[in-house]
Design a protein around this ligand. Structure first.
Ligand code: NAD
Length: 336
């Protein structure tokens, strides 16, 4: 049965890595048909918003989307499309599997961490205002319901993937009420998972631990802002944003997207690494139950990385985005 998936190519390097991902997934034999829609700054002239209603409507209809990065103006302009999408579709869990890949240079070995970030509240609730003209306030929202929900997601994921340890990350020594509530809520969920060790770290100590002993961590559960920052840190432990996949999961819908942004400085040059988006696509195939096709793509990625010729400059190679995608497609054909 053919599954229709919404594809948002995004902007910057988005269209290049999206095309590469689309081509590889199609070549894997997965029976997927793409419904392509645009979001971001380019939509404003025509629809008056960077996230038009028909984009949300196609995801509600298809239930699953693959999304390229979308630029958000800094310090002014429209609200992040990514944050709006996550909030409006209740995509409450941002999940990033970060592990060492063959032949991808990293200072560490044996890193295999899943970052599970709460995706709907915290300082991303978008409640900000000026107090007079020389002061500004951003309100941090933490609720028991959302904290327990992300905690349960983290422990269920640990159980499903056979992981033995979940670490809650917070700053409850300073934000005793908000981060204190997050910590208490996730700890309360931990009682239902006695086979999994639950511990916690203050976010600054977590940063130090991650650069000193990253191989000791398995699943991190964090509020939105720390999750955003720590997931880029963990991406750096395994070779950079070019290889860091991601997924935004809710009860009804799922949007898969790379951890990286639109990287405007390398856009249009055919040098962006397609792997982060492609591995997000592999996770989408697994989510949809196309395990055989997912394995086919994973195996081909591994072969191309081990071979080392058709890899992009961020991995030390000279190949372009298109050449890397073609090499992965060729490897799948050779394996068939
Ligand atoms: P970025 O992730 O775009 O880039 C950070 C660094 O990583 C840059 O040096 C870039 O060249 C490099 N990089 C990123 N992806 C790469 C890839 N696939 N291959 C090779 N190198 C890669 O982060 P930024 O520069 O902070 O943000 C740029 C824009 O992206 C901003 O407008 C930001 O708001 C947006 N953004 C969007 C998303 C999203 O759509 N989910 C996520 C993060 C940032």
């Amino acid at each position: 049965m053919t599954i229709i998936v919404t594809l948002i190519p995004g902007d910057g390097i988005g269209p290049e890595v999206s095309k590469a991902t689309q081509d590889v997934i199609t070549a894997s034999g997965a029976p997927i048909e793409w419904e392509v829609v645009e979001a971001g700054a380019a939509c404003i002239a025509q629809f008056g918003t960077p996230l038009p209603e028909h984009v949300l409507e196609t995801i509600r209809r298809n239930k699953v989307a693959l999304k390229g990065p979308v630029t958000t103006p800094v310090g002014k302009g429209f609200r992040s499309v990514n944050v709006s999408l996550r909030q409006q579709l209740e995509l409450y869990a941002n999940v990033r599997h970060m592990r060492n890949l063959p032949n991808v240079a990293s200072r560490y070995e044996n890193v295999d961490i899943v970052v599970v970030r709460e995706n709907t509240e915290d300082l991303y609730a978008g409640i900000e205002h000026m107090v007079g003209k020389d002061a500004a306030e951003s309100i941090k929202i933490i609720t028991r319901e959302a904290s327990e929900r992300i905690g349960r997601y983290g422990f269920e994921l640990a159980r499903r993937e056979g992981r033995k340890r979940v670490t809650i990350v917070h700053k409850a020594n300073i934000m005793k009420l908000s981060d204190g509530l997050f910590l208490e809520s996730v700890r309360s969920v931990a009682r239902d998972y006695p086979e999994i060790v639950c511990d916690d770290r203050i976010v600054d100590a977590m940063c130090m631990n991650l650069v000193q002993i990253p191989e000791q961590f398995e699943v991190l559960v964090l509020p939105n802002l720390y999750g955003d920052i720590i997931s880029d840190l963990v991406a750096g432990l395994v070779g950079g944003l070019g290889v860091a996949p991601g997924a935004n999961i809710g009860e009804k819908y799922a949007v898969f997207e790379a951890a990286h942004g639109s990287a405007p400085e390398i856009a249009g040059k055919n040098i962006a690494n397609p792997l982060a988006m492609l591995i997000s696509g592999v996770e989408m195939l697994q989510y949809l139950g196309f395990e055989k096709e997912a394995q086919r793509v994973e195996k081909a990625i591994e072969q191309v990385l081990k071979h080392g010729k058709y890899i992009t400059p961020d991995l030390g190679g000279k190949a372009g985005t298109k050449e890397m995608a073609s090499a992965i497609i060729d490897a799948m054909r050779d394996n068939a």
